[in-house]
Design a protein around this ligand. Sequence first.
Ligand SMILES: *Cc1c(COP(=O)(O)O)cnc(C)c1O
Length: 463
Amino acid sequence: MSRSAHPAGPRHADVLPEGHYTAPADDLNALDPKVWARTVGRDADGVVTVGGIPVMQLAEEYGTPAYLLDEADFRERARAWRTAFGDDADVFYAGKAFLSRAVVRWLDEEGLNLDVCSGGELATALSAGMPAERIAFHGNNKSPEEIERAVRAGVGRIVLDSFQEIVRVAHIAQSLGKRQRVQIRITVGVEAHTHEFIATAHEDQKFGIPLAGGQAAEAVRRALKLDGLEVIGIHSHIGSQIFDMSGFEVAAHRVVGLLKDIRDEHGVELPEIDLGGGLGIAYTSDDDPREPHEIAKALTEIVTRECEAARLATPRISVEPGRAIVGPTAFTLYEVGTVKPLEGLRTYVSVDGGMSDNIRTALYDAEYSVALASRTSDAEPMLVRIVGKHCESGDIVVKDAFLPGDLAPGDLIAVPATGAYCRSMASNYNHALRPPVVAVRDGAARVVVRRETEEDLLRLDVG
Ligand SMILES: *Cc1c(COP(=O)(O)O)cnc(C)c1O
């Protein structure tokens, strides 16, 4: 990675403080297509546009902060995953990354399936007309009410996460006179995040049933005996923001090993294998994500090879990308409120949102990029930290980045790649009003999730 504590040609500040920042781009006005949604560009006046609409116009109409979602890009990415995996595999979009009824309809139209992990997500999916048989229900502690709703609705699969849940789902399905299709989620001892994976001891987590010590095999043994369940496969999800396929390689090897043991013990070949999501996207120009067709090819080859070695028919593969579909398709538009240079350190730029609309920086030390959106500038780069307006010094949106030195209150700045885990993790901290999600396509914009109002806040506060 091209990071350094002393980037080439530091300007504006004589001494750069410690930090993980990339040297300023040669042209701060350039928009790296790796991190921006596909229809983003600048118009003749230098204003950033998305779907053909300048952000000045969007800010005027919808206010700031706002999440601006590039619908064409979302559909293209969804379609690319679908096409890459073809008809012999299933792509489940992980709804927790960002879910709204508009998104559900786009997914339905593009032929994707949908993962939900709560009653609220299930309700959203069903209310937008996603066929229940294309919904998978996840979670490590689904309530009996949630399970009953899912079974009644006829969801395509419930992913079982514990010994208690095996019995619980079987019991509920049976009492409703149904046989529920289920997968069993196992932990294979692999954990992958970003560029690294660790292949030992990562069964120490709340999700899944460990392969180690024969627990996963025991779970399958019990589930196969229950009339309320139809066991269709094994599920494994190894991490998030992954760039390196070797974690999947180890996971597939271990999952197929279990399928083989199941065949040897019970004489059944489970027809499906789910390898989860977690594929990485570019948050900064330093990240190099893979294309869906490369991922599909790699995963299909790995599973096919492992199955041939185990003399098993290759099961139907499913994957669950969330971030990789929605992440790059949106950016957050903020207005600059204050610009505070701290001599010899950096310049703090306060925006009209913060950790309430993007908790990832505070929560995961996530990295983001940023651009001046309402105009271009030829001023010298200055090292900035983009911070929010909340009562918390950790309220940081972009930890270290460069913006033009003439940045001033009233400028609009945009933070790309905020489509995943930003609106869906947004909070009302300091009674912030959660920003709207505005979908833009072919020169037309429409609100798909409206901005919260003070009335919304007060409605919940029953006095
Ligand atoms: C979170 C999650 C996903 C999606 O992860 P991304 O990093 O958004 O691709 C997929 N499957 C399961 C089981 C998950 O928990």
